[in-house]
Ligand binder design. Structure first.
Ligand SMILES: NC(=O)c1ccc[n+]([C@@H]2O[C@H](COP(=O)([O-])OP(=O)(O)OC[C@H]3O[C@@H](n4cnc5c(N)ncnc54)[C@H](O)[C@@H]3O)[C@@H](O)[C@H]2O)c1
Length: 336
């Protein structure tokens, strides 16, 4: 099988590309980023890295044409972008998705669209089933632009499905693992990781009682591949995540424990406004209902948080020592 992964130079895309190569497939990873996260794949005879933007439909078309299956994972991701550059988030996530869907539809290719738990917004009724309501704040809060951009992509997916496109949507819940961002930027685990590796206190935003369901990358990739390969997945939307809830404080303490530090003393609490400014709003709880992931995709998560974090810490330690370019965030917006 021939597979196109847009955003294939990113965290999930690089793992997905690797998993398809292991399955014996040929993979084109299309991305605007440098090829740092797929450097280990560049010499593989069935792997091709294409430096192009999903905003450039003409450039993308040649690769959609030669593939059987498209994973659309290219997106502008990360809270810092939602608050700093909402235009870029909306533009890439909406127009890039329309381009990918239109091309897959035009050439009769199956497509898996990467979406997010953020589409449920702050719906207080957890666990969230795929058909549950989206509960969002005002459009003047930039914070909601990512959620909205992804939901617009989903609407377009269903619109193209009516016109004959074979499409499925996966909504990820805090996926983590090796190659997740650079330390100090991006998501909570990489921010904690930088602090942990430097021997600093871990900064917990607010009281740390907000929860997330952390999903190990291998589990997310199994769910995603099933969405692309299982016939019953066509036309479906799937929560792809672990349903075990972990508070941010608990996450910090678990990381400290694994890292051999004091889980009680080495935590520092900071105010949310000091980090993201007044235009950000956190979600207190985010929990998926994973009945469909288990019953339709047959891809229940298998990796415990402790096991996944240990592998992730070991990877970041090793890479920081040997290949700092992949993990160092020098020059990028550091967090307190
Ligand atoms: N990791 C998670 O927990 C998570 C959660 C929810 C949703 N998602 C979704 O999964 C997908 C992959 O996320 P990720 O965690 O791997 O993030 P990532 O930032 O590592 O990957 C996204 C990739 O898209 C690329 N990209 C950005 N703009 C592009 C453009 N114009 N053209 C081509 N490539 C472009 C980036 O360079 C990056 O490599 C995204 O669609 C994201 O919204 C991820």
């Amino acid at each position: 099988m021939k597979v196109l992964v847009t955003g294939g130079g990113g965290f999930i895309g690089s793992h997905l590309s690797e998993a398809h190569l292991e399955r014996g497939d040929e993979v084109w990873a299309l991305d605007t980023a440098p090829n740092l996260k797929v450097r280990h794949l560049l010499s593989h005879p069935r792997f091709h890295y294409v430096k192009a933007s999903v905003l450039d439909a003409e450039a993308m078309e040649a690769f959609v044409l030669r593939c059987d299956l498209v994973y659309h994972h290219a997106a502008v991701v990360g809270v810092e972008h939602y608050v700093d550059d909402p235009f870029n988030v909306l533009n890439v996530n909406i127009h890039g998705t329309i381009n990918a869907l239109r091309l897959a539809h035009r050439h009769g290719k199956r497509l898996v669209l990467a979406s997010t738990s953020e589409v449920y917004g702050r719906n207080p009724k957890v666990p969230w089933k795929e058909e549950d309501d989206r509960v969002l704040g005002a459009t003047t809060m930039d914070r909601w632009c990512y959620s909205t951009s992804k939901a617009v992509g989903e609407h377009y997916a269903w619109a193209f499905q009516r016109m004959g496109l074979e499409v499925s949507v996966v909504r990820y819940f805090n996926v983590y693992g090796p190659r997740l961002d650079k330390i100090d930027v991006g998501r909570v685990i990489t921010i904690f990781m930088g602090q942990l590796l430097r021997g600093e206190s871990l900064t917990v935003i607010g009281d740390g009682l907000q929860t997330r369901c952390f999903t190990y990358i291998d589990d997310a990739v199994r769910g995603t591949m099933a969405a692309g390969l299982v016939p019953e997945a066509v036309g479906g939307v799937f929560n792809v995540g672990d349903d075990r809830e972990t508070s941010i404080l608990e996450l910090a303490r678990t990381l400290l424990r694994i890292g051999g530090r004091d889980p009680q003393k080495d935590v520092r609490f900071v105010k949310q406004e000091d980090i993201y400014g007044p235009r950000y709003e956190d979600i207190p709880r985010r929990v998926p209902d994973i009945t469909r992931l288990k019953n339709v995709l047959r891809a229940a998560p298998r990796t415990s948080l402790a096991e996944g974090l240990k592998t992730t810490i070991d990877w970041f330690k090793r890479e920081t020592e040997t290949k700092p370019a992949l993990t160092s965030s020098a020059g990028e917006s550091p967090r307190p």
